[in-house]
Ligand binder design. Sequence first.
Ligand SMILES: Cc1ncc(COP(=O)(O)O)c(C=O)c1O
Ligand SMILES: [Zn+2]
Length: 417
Amino acid sequence: MASFFFRCTECDSRYNEDEIRLTCPVCSEQQLPGGVARGVLEVVLTDAPTDWPPLRFSEIEFLHRFLPLSPTSLLPAIPVGSTPLLSVPRLRRELEMPRLWAKDDTRNPSGSTKDRASLLVVAKALEYGVGTIATASTGNAATALAAIAAAAGRRAVVFVPASAPEGKLIQMLAYGADVVRVDASYDDAFELCMAACDRFGWYNRNTAINPFTIEGKKTAALEIAAQLAPEFADVVVVPTGDGVILAGLAKGFADLQASGLIDRVPRLLAVQPEGSAAIVNAIRTRSDSIEPVHSAASIADSLTVQVPRNALLCLRRVRESYGTGVAVSDDHITAASGRLARHTGVFAEPAGAAALAGLEKALSEGSVDRSENVVLLITGAGLKDVTAARRAVEIPAPIPADLESVAATLTDSRQES
Ligand SMILES: Cc1ncc(COP(=O)(O)O)c(C=O)c1O
Ligand SMILES: [Zn+2]
């Protein structure tokens, strides 16, 4: 529960929390319809803790002291975050990386990292006394908002592309959200949601536009640092769409560094699909401007955006961390999702498995060394998109219910004695 003010990431103007704030009023004058978000605000904490907690396991309370909440406000009663950092021994052996870790964010209540942003946004909505919270989403942010709004007794209105995977759609409907299924791209759904928030006065959770989305996602970095202490991560591999998870991780590590709790921040490796790689293209061409990918398409639906809204800040944060970006093919993502599940027991949706594909690509390019302390952020659960997962497996034909058929089927080494 920390005191804070907002700072514009473009012009450095400072704003108090004296009203509901989204982007910087000066820089957002330059906002183009459908363009990258201008005037994204970051939270600046003024009284963050400066010592690790004396007991490792009072971590949750400790981490909450980095959140910009008023002393009287409550987090919705749903357990977000505190996800395990897995030591993945079999994947370590496979990749010859003795210090590889997987941060298993599939274990959040709605099954993705997006729960972290939604938890804080809904907590702020409760603090501000607003009844309806809206977001556009490729699927997971909507599902996360739906879940946490349900726990908090608030209304969620979510705008998703009609192509959103059925599992995600069903999940958000089950949580009781008002689902606006838009017959257009995620980018179009985003613009529509922005306009609807203006028209109907809803609290706008749109990624990057609402500064608490970055702030909520930073908790993944706080946890990684606490879980690895006294070691440090050298690299964190981040599946990237709009670039808010990555900016959130950068913010978490920056807060810890400002508090003197870590003395260096990891390199951030942005991973995007080849069919939706606007941020990675800018990183690799050393460009400051973002070329939209007009026909963005990938099996990793969560990473499929034409114009990544948080591209400007994300690019900066990658460069400041001395990180880089890699684009991975859909076939590589599919193969990586199988490898991740078989070697770690973590079943990820394509966006989450993209972290492993990205690491493999970075190893082959030499931008990551096998001896480094590397964390894969596995951002979303596999059951959210079984159609995509189906591509990595072969469903066996049914057999008659007799032992001879069992013996005939299990002719391979998996037969157990
Ligand atoms: C599972 C998953 N991974 C990664 C991302 C990318 O996050 P961001 O858009 O903040 O870059 C998303 C966004 O929807 C997601 O749902
Ligand atoms: Zn500004």
